[in-house]
Structure formats: C-alpha cells, structure tokens
Design a protein around this ligand. Structure first.
Ligand SMILES: Nc1nc2c(ncn2[C@@H]2O[C@H](COP(=O)(O)OP(=O)(O)OP(=O)(O)O)[C@@H](O)[C@H]2O)c(=O)[nH]1
Length: 905
C-alpha cells in the first residue's frame, strides 16, 4: 500500500511539514494523507536519506532502475551542474550556434539540461527493455526527479517557464506514472498533486507529448482525464502501457522523433540551431496554448513571464506573439492614459503601474501632461517627440523675428510698492521734471503710460501704479513691464504690499530697482530699509549685492536723475530689442467707449510699428486704425516698439490685456469672428448654470429635470443628515441628486465639479476658500452656506416651488487673517492683517478655521495700535476682539459681512 506523507515522515524521522515542504519545492503539492508515489519517494530519499544510504539504496533499487538509466540520470545531473552536456550527444547539439546566440547562458544551460533529461529519457526508453510500467515510472521519476533537482538548484527558476516546463514535465512524468504504473491508484491519488498535475498536463506540452505517446495521436487529453476519472479506463490505460511496452519508442514517439531530428540536421526543417526547436516544434501548438494558460496561471509572476521569453529565445524560435513595441512616438500636450498605453503598445495596467511607481495615481481615463508621459515613455525605452499643437483658428500666427532685424527699444517701467509710500508722487515728480518741462506744449492726458526723455533716451512709465495693472496684464498672458521700481518709504520700511510687489516682480521675472522714498522726512532710515530688503533677496549694490537702490524724495525731487540713469543702465544690460519693421503687436493698457470718438484703446506697442490705416485685431474686436494720439494729445502717424498710443477705429471696446495684431482685413475679421464665437459659447455655457434663485424658472421651462447638489459640511454627521433631508424633498417636477457630499471647506475642485455637473453647492458650517470663491465667480456657480440644516432644506424646497423669499442678501465686506494672538486680562486679541476689502467694527463676522466656520458673531473691538477704529482697510494690520468669544487662533480667518436688503423686483 502506498505510503502516506505522515508515514513517510516517521520513516525518514522528519516532520510531515518537512516532507510537504520538500515536495513543494519540487512542484508537488501534498498534504498529510497524500500517497507517496515513486517520484515523490525518490525526491524524499534524496532529501532525507544520507548519501551512503542512498548509494546503498541505489544498488538496492537496481531492480527498479537500470545502470543505464542511473548513468543517464547522473549525466543529466552533471549537465545541470555544468550547464552543458559532456556525454550526451543530443545535449551537445544544444550548444550549436542558435543557442550560442542566446545571451542567457544560465537559461541555455537549463534548457540543455532539460534536453539532456529528455534525451536520457528517450535513450532509456529505447534501450530499456524492462517492464513498460517500470520504465515509464523510472523515466517519469527520473525525469521528475532531475527536473526537480534542477529546480532545487535554482530556486529562482522555480517559477520560470523553464521551471514550468520542468514542472509540466515533472507532472507529466508523474501523470504518466500515475496512469501507467498505478493506473488503479485509489481516488485519493487522483486528488493528489499528481492528479492535479495530470489536469495541468492536459494542457501542457509535456503531458500532451506523453499522451500522444500513449495514444499515438494528439487530442487525447480527454482520454487522459477519462483515465483519471474512470478506474476502468485507467486500468485500460495502464494495461495499454504495459502491453505496448515493446513499442515504447512509439509511445514516446515524438521525443524519439525529435531526438532523431536533433541528431540529423538535414531532417530538421528549421535549420541547425533547432535542436530544441524540434522538440518544441513537436509541441508548438501546445506550447502556445500552455503559454496562454501559464500566463493566466502565473500572471502575477513577473519572473515567470520574463523567463518565458528567455525560454523562447533559447529555442531559437521567434518569440510567440512577439509584440512590436514602438521605438519612438509623438505625443500631444496632454494625453489620456488609455490612448497613451495604446501608443506605447502596452497594457494600460503597465502604464498605470509605472506611474504609480513614480508616485502618480491615475485612472484609465485620466489625462497626463507631456512631461509626465515622456518620463514614462522613457521608462519603456520609447523616444518621444512633441506633436505640433493643432492650429487654433482663434490665434494669429506668431511672427518670428530674426536677430538681425532687432533694434533697441525704450524700457517699460512699472512703479510698485506699499500704499502711501509715494508711488503716485514719484510718477508725478518724474513726469513733471521730464515731460512737462522738457517737452513743452500739449496737454498731458492719461493714456495708461507715458514716455519721458532723459539724456536723449526714452523711458516709458506705466501710468497705473501698483501691482493690480501688472497682475491683470499678466493674467491675460501679456507682460509689458521690463523693469519694476519698488518704492519703499524710508520712514515706514518694508510693509506687506512691499513684499507682495517683490513677489509679483520676481514671479514675472522682472528686475527690481529699489527707490527708497521720503528720505527728506524726519525719521527716514534708508539703511534700515536696505537691511529689511535683504530678507527678501534684495541686497543693495553698496552692500555687495546686485540690487540697485536709489534714495529719493518725490517731494524734494531728490535722486530722480539717479533713478532715471539707473533705469537706463539696467535697460542697457537687459539689451531690450524689438523688430520695428514688421506688422505691429501690442497690448491694450486701457480701453473705454468715448461718446464722441467711439471705442478708444490705449495700446503699448511691443513689436513692429503700428501705422494709421493698419487693419488690426484686438481680442474679439477688429478695425482700421483711424487715428493715433500720444500721451501729450498729439496726433501721431506711427508707433514703434515700447511706445504707448491711444487708437481709434475699433468696432468694439477691447479689454485691458488684450493683444493687438496688425494683419490683413480678411484674417482680422475671420479670427475676430471665431474668437467671438468661442467667447459666446463659453458665456452660454456659464450662463446655463443653475442657481437657487432661478431654479423655479428653469424647472418651469422644462430646462431642469434634475437638481444636482454638492453638499459640504463640517462633520460627517451633518453632511449625512443634510444630504438625507435634501434627498427627501418631494417634487413632481424635479428630482434631487447629490453628485458629491463631503466634509471640509468648499474647495476649487468642488466648484469645478459643480460647474461640470451644473450643480448647486450647499455648505453647512463651512466656507469656500479663496480659490474656490474666485472659481465660483468665474464659473458662475451658486454656493449657499448655512448654519442651520433646516434653513438649507427650506431654501431648496422653497426654490423648487418658486417661493424662495429673498429679502436680505449677504454681502462680504472683507477678510482678515489672524497672525498673532495677544492675550490681555480682558480679552483675547487677534492681531490680524486685512487681506481683502475692509473690516468694520459694526460688521458681523465668521471665524473660519481650515475652511470650517467655528464661530459666527460680532466684533467687540477693532484697534489700530492703541486706538479704537471704525474700520480697517486691506493691507493694514489691526487687533480684533470678538464678542463673547475667546477661542481665536493664529491662522484663523475672520470674514466680515453685512446683510443687505434686496430691493423687491
Ligand atoms: N515727505 C515726503 N512725503 C511724501 C513723499 N512722497 C510722497 N509723500 C507723501 O506720502 C503720501 C502718499 O503719497 P502717494 O504718492 O499718494 O503714495 P502712493 O503710494 O501713490 O499711495 P496709493 O496711491 O494710496 O497707493 C502723500 O501724502 C505724499 O504727499 C516724499 O518724498 N517725501
């Protein structure tokens, strides 16, 4: 009777676990009650019997295993050890050129070893005249054993295809053994790994080979399985094995045939390097299938897949289903993962995985930018070039100016600085000294910029001090400023807007000249200012830095020449140039509709020269330049780079920051039309947004069948409660859907979601953050915030029924940031900085922490220095105490608002 694992364990004096583990290492799954077949027996012998014992047993076993087979077995082992065969001819052939090409010598060795085994098997089969059952068992055992040993030697390889193939062979052997030698093994045996091996074998080449051998034809898998499941048949099969003993070469016909082919290259259709080919050829269709199966079986095993391809290489065959990965691809600015994977010829999962490894989480339909995509493509060894962006019919083609066409142009200067530090006074002082007195005549008029002449050279000053104009232009992609003059009052020093100005200039890449103003004033301390500026990276040239610092007095007109001189020096360093001989390009600084003259636009020409009579396109407007005027009110016929002019002749009023292009009339018209179309459609899109006020109207007009809501709240409980209550609102006309509900402040992404899904945002005890407010304004998204759930539900219900009462509207006055907490015996004072608008002592306030409203109430005290004040404007600091509330913390936001009565419509 067959030994069970636990019995064997006793016999070897080891634990059953050790037995199971050892068998597992040889790809045999076993449990405590699994019967030990011969293959297993040999494995266990080798593992748990001492060499001496083994030797002895080897002799003892001579009645089972012939000397020949042992020799071959040894040969196979030595093949494995050396990675080459010294004594088996067929194995030598494995080293022929086709294999020598193979870089993976290790695999080659493995392959050779496998072949050696097979060969050995064949020769055994041929030579052996012993009982078929035994032979087959022996073969099976040896085969299994050898390969098992190989697996042992190369643990890594256990999961490779090589190993698979070994595994399959092993299983096949076992299978053959089961069916052949122990055809009537008990059912338990069928449930052992062997029988599982048998199942696998049905789809594996080795087994199929075995089956073919047995049946003499392929496609006997079913029979194989029948054998296993039908004892009678199994017996038949074993009977057949035995009776067919003499025809064993037929049994193993294919390998034998393969062996012949290997020995005789002439017979080998695939050429000299196909020793293995032949073997594989015989089983190629099976291999294909088994590859697929193995892929599924071992899909998580990268090594396996890698070695599969190695194995194929060793065979010298074309890798099966070889993918032709592109070497180079072109990519647009952004690409969806799915399309990207397609371009790479890779699985989406592979691409996502690579991104994940780079710390980027994406989904199949998500977009990645060109840079990210190039990095990933690089990982796959694919070269990337950027696709030319599709032509935009709303764009005017950029003219590239050759270096030789460029000529010097005046610098354009913007004056920036904190409130009251003297920007306007400085501009005026420069204008008075350098415009009115030097260029007599003409009434100066405001056109947004003016030119001054100093030492025979021009400087253009933007007439709108402060960074508002600067940032507005930049937001539209227009950069007009070459140099920023940062005005800092010598008595006040660096203030919040000074820092903001520095940051704006820095982010725009505009060099800064510091003008320390009011040096005439008592208490002026320019050194202190210079000291403060070093903290922001502005180190004066006098102190070894590279920032030009000029002490000035706008009032006393001190240092103005020096300032202008330095502007010109810096301009020279900047080497400001433009091509004046080309169609003009400029930026609108200001625009208005003049009753008498029609649309008027102040433009700063940046490239080329604008002439009266030129056809121009400015944003969505177009026209012919009817007249041009300088800031002195003089009519001019042309305007060169850096020159500000006021132009007449446009069909509409453009917006500040719009780009002017001189072009031909037809193009101007069509492009302006396209731009207008684009603008209208985007406006239409924005206008279609649902609002609580317009809800009833939209429902009535049948425009709205579903009211989408985004619910944000301070805690999960309130979000859930509010969502449930909102969903419970009954209406025949409209269905309520909550597209998103979450905890936390209303963010920009909530707004974008609301915009995309035409949803209303209902906030409970939360407020929108700054970017969300801006986005909501831009996207026309209606946000409603509540402190009482009941109010929110009431409002939505009333809006659906068209009964929304709206007597008062909340008007946000300003926002302050609490920067320091001052504790006094009487109160907790929030030392705050007014970021936007203003805060008045009578305002209602909300105290917001991380976007959550933590308190709503009134202001108790508003102080600047030691004085109580009624209001504090943006850019100033103040102390705020709240009525009956002391939990103020640094970083909190105080939002001041008032309720404004809305006039009845
Ligand atoms: N003593 C002295 N006072 C000056 C000087 N320059 C400006 N001032 C005064 O400082 C105050 C603010 O000057 P503005 O030119 O209005 O300052 P600003 O920076 O343009 O102010 P905003 O336009 O409010 O941002 C005015 O009262 C000026 O008279 C100066 O050089 N010396």
């Amino acid at each position: 009777m067959t030994k069970r694992v636990y019995e064997a364990a006793k016999e070897y004096g080891v634990s059953a676990k050790a037995i199971i583990k050892t068998l597992e290492e040889h790809n045999i799954k076993a449990g405590n009650f699994t019967g030990i077949d011969d293959t297993m027996g040999h494995i266990l012998d080798k593992s748990f019997k001492s060499p001496k014992k083994m030797e002895k047993q080897g002799v003892d076993e001579s009645n089972v295993m012939t000397d020949t087979t042992r020799k071959i077995n040894d040969g196979s082992r030595s093949n494995q050890m050396k990675g080459q065969s010294g004594n088996v001819k067929q194995t030598e052939s494995a080293q022929k050129p086709g294999h020598a090409d193979n870089k993976d010598r290790q695999n080659s060795a493995r392959r050779q070893t496998a072949t050696g085994n097979r060969d050995g098997q064949n020769s055994r089969n041929t030579q052996n005249s012993r009982d078929g059952r035994n032979n087959r068992n022996t073969q099976g055992n040896r085969d299994g054993q050898n390969r098992g040993m190989q697996s042992n030697r190369d643990g890594q390889n256990r999961n490779t295809q090589g190993r698979d193939s070994q595994g399959r062979s092993t299983q096949s052997s076992r299978d053959g053994q089961n069916r052949g030698a122990q055809g009537n093994r008990d059912s338990q045996s069928r449930n052992t790994p062997n029988s599982r091996g048998g199942q696998n074998n049905r789809s594996t080449p080795a087994n199929r080979n075995g089956q073919n051998n047995r049946s003499g034809q392929p496609g006997q898998n079913a029979q194989g399985s029948q054998n296993r499941s039908t004892p009678d048949k199994k017996n038949d099969s074993s009977q057949q094995n035995r009776t067919n003993d003499g025809k064993r070469t037929k049994y193993f016909g294919r390998p034998q045939q393969g062996s012949e082919n290997r020995n005789d290259p002439k017979k080998n259709k695939r050429g000299p390097h196909t020793k293995n080919n032949t073997a594989v050829k015989a089983s190629r269709p099976h291999t294909l299938l088994s590859n697929v199966l193995n892929k599924g079986k071992n899909k998580n095993n990268r090594h396996n897949q890698r070695n599969q391809s190695n194995q194929r290489d060793i065979t010298g065959m074309e890798p099966m289903r070889k993918k032709n990965y592109p070497e180079a691809i072109t990519l647009p600015e952004t690409i969806i993962i799915k399309d990207f994977a397609e371009k790479l010829g890779r699985e989406v999962a592979e691409v996502i995985k690579k991104l994940l490894m780079g710390g980027i989480m994406v989904t199949i339909n998500q977009e990645i930018d060109f840079d990210t995509a190039s990095l990933i493509a690089d990982e796959f060894g694919v070269t990337v070039t950027k696709e030319a962006p599709p032509e935009d019919p709303t764009e005017i083609e950029e003219i590239v100016d050759l270096p030789e066409t460029l000529k010097g142009r005046p610098p354009v200067v913007t004056i920036m600085g904190h409130v009251d530090h003297g920007k306007t006074s400085l501009l005026d002082a420069i204008r008075q000294t350098n415009v009115t007195s030097h260029e007599a005549g003409g009434i100066t008029q405001h056109i947004g910029a003016y030119q001054v002449r100093y030492n025979g050279r021009k400087i253009v000053f933007m007439d709108t001090p402060g960074h508002e104009a600067f940032t507005a232009m930049r937001a539209r992609g227009a950069q007009v400023t070459d140099i920023a003059v940062l005005v800092v009052a010598a008595d006040d020093g660096v203030m919040p807007q000074t820092i903001e100005s520095i940051n704006h200039a820095k982010s725009a890449g505009v060099p800064i000249i510091v003008a320390i103003n009011k040096i005439d004033k008592e208490g002026a301390n320019p050194d202190h200012v210079m000291q403060q500026l070093t903290e922001y990276g502005l180190v004066s040239e006098d102190w070894g830095g590279d920032t030009i610092v000029v002490p000035v007095s706008a009032h006393k007109k001190i240092g103005l020449d020096e300032l202008l001189e330095n502007i010109l020096v810096l301009a020279e360093v900047l080497d400001l140039k433009a091509n004046p001989d080309r169609p003009a390009q400029g930026v609108v600084i200001e625009a208005k509709l003049d009753k008498g003259r029609g649309p008027v636009a102040s433009v700063l020409i940046q490239k080329g020269t604008l002439h009266v009579g030129d056809t121009i396109i400015v944003g969505t407007c177009f026209g012919k330049v009817r007249a041009m005027t300088s800031e002195r009110g003089e009519r001019v016929k042309k305007a060169e780079p850096s020159i500000p002019v006021e132009i007449l002749g446009l069909n509409e009023v453009p917006e500040a920051g719009d780009i002017l292009n001189a072009t031909d009339e037809k193009l101007a018209r069509t492009v302006a039309d396209k731009r207008l179309e684009k603008k209208r459609s985007s406006e239409l899109h924005v206008n279609a947004k649902v609002t609580l006020d317009d809800l009833f109207n939209q429902i009535q007009q049948g425009e709205l069948k579903e009211l989408s809501l985004i619910v944000k709240g301070d805690v999960q409980g309130s979000v859930e409660a509010l969502s449930q209550s909102l969903l419970a609102i009954k209406s025949d006309e409209v269905r309520i859907a909550i597209v998103h509900a979450g905890v936390g402040a209303i963010t920009e992404s909530d707004i974008m979601l609301a915009s995309a899904s035409n949803a209303l945002i209902i906030g409970f005890n939360v407020r929108p953050d700054a970017s969300a407010r801006k986005a909501a304004e831009h996207e026309n998204v209606d946000m409603r915030t509540y402190r009482v759930i009941y109010d929110a539900i009431n409002d939505v219900e009333a809006a659906i029924k068209g009964m929304l009462e709206k007597k008062y509207e909340e008007h946000i006055m300003g926002r302050a940031e609490v920067r320091k907490i001052i504790t006094t015996p009487k109160a907790i004072v929030g030392g705050s900085y007014i970021k936007e608008g203003k805060i008045t002592s009578a305002a209602k306030i909300r105290l917001i922490r991380n976007g959550i409203v933590i308190h709503e109430g009134e202001i108790d005290g508003l102080r600047r220095f030691k004085d109580d004040v009624k209001e504090v404007a943006a850019g100033y600091e103040c102390g705020i105490t709240l009525e009956k509330y002391r939990d103020i913390k640094e970083g909190d936001e105080i939002e001041a608002y008032e309720m404004v009565e809305v006039a009845a419509e």
